[in-house]
Unconditional design. Structure first.
Ligand code: MG
Ligand code: MG
Length: 292
């Protein structure tokens, strides 16, 4: 039986737009694309969780990178970062005052007390997942721990604002209002971004209120990499002579967390959590060591 309400009451098919739709230049992902992005995101999240186990004093950042690349490939993806604008590795590893884009090095050993940021991307069936965590290597200072926890909390404050109808400024405002009263600063030289077919897509996902970037309204199907960088001191940064590593201008500590987040019809879904089915146990990671 069909009445005039049938079409309203019946499921309307997908809650996401068809493939190829955009809103103000921002790609909206269809349901099949989202399914692939979940895979890409889970691979990135899984690899980061395993790198966290491996990041012990004495291990080099080059070893972590080698492990991550092999593991990303084993999970069926390709490292998003390797070769991206000439970047030489699969991970960005940034230690202490290095804020972002640090290059893995075969001779650089981690030391107890290091605040290590590890960022990676996995490219799976044409789509990217992008995520970053901060890792406490060995025993870190109480100051470093507080900063690390603030950076993670800031990310989640931002993520909680993700729902259709809200705008990018709601994300930025929540992050800014959380971080500033703690006495920390937020890097403005780098922002988050849309992510999908390209590692970096529109829009810029800024982390403090600004009039300089489009304040796009969020729509179901947008996939955003939210990634505030929180500094213990000045917000200003400079790039080292290697042309990649970005450090804080005052040499103070920096921390960052990032997730790839889907705008759902009612809110958000984080795509870059580790996949429990594929995540190696700490015992297995210990047993295999840096081999994959
Ligand atoms: Mg990233
Ligand atoms: Mg990113």
């Amino acid at each position: 039986m069909k009445n005039i309400f049938s079409d309203l009451l019946a499921p309307q098919g997908s809650a996401y737009p068809r493939q190829g739709k955009k809103h103000r230049g921002v790609a909206l992902k269809s349901e099949p694309e989202i399914a692939i992005m979940r895979q890409a995101g889970a691979i990135a999240g899984t690899v980061l969780a395993e790198v966290r186990e491996l990041a012990q004093p004495g291990v080099t950042t080059g070893e972590l990178d080698r492990y991550a690349e092999a593991r990303i490939r084993e999970l069926g993806a390709v490292p998003s970062f390797k070769g991206y604008r000439g970047f030489p590795a699969s991970l960005c590893v940034s230690i202490n005052a290095e804020a972002v884009h640090g290059v893995p090095n075969r001779r650089r050993q981690l030391r107890s007390g290091d605040l290590l940021k590890v960022d990676t991307g996995a490219y799976f069936q044409g789509y990217h997942g992008d995520s970053c965590i901060t890792i406490a290597v060995g025993q870190i200072s109480a100051k470093a721990k507080r900063l690390m926890e603030a950076a993670e909390a800031a990310l989640y404050r931002g993520i909680e604002q993700v729902k259709p109808g809200n705008r990018l400024m709601d994300i930025a405002g929540a992050i800014e209002d959380y971080v500033k009263p703690l006495g920390y600063s937020i890097v403005q030289d780098f922002t988050g971004h849309g992510v999908g077919r390209d590692l970096h897509e529109d829009p810029h996902v800024f982390n403090v209120r600004t009039r300089d970037l489009p304040n796009v309204q969020l729509k179901a199907g947008m996939t955003l990499a939210i990634e505030p960088i929180v500094n213990a001191g000045s917000r200003f940064t400079r790039t080292l002579k290697d042309r990649w590593t970005v450090v804080t201008l005052d040499n103070a500590l920096s921390a960052q967390f990032e997730h790839t987040v889907l705008v759902t019809p009612t809110g958000y879904d984080i795509l870059t959590y580790p996949d429990p089915a594929r995540l190696r146990t700490p015992e297995k990671i210990k047993r295999l060591g840096l081999k994959t």
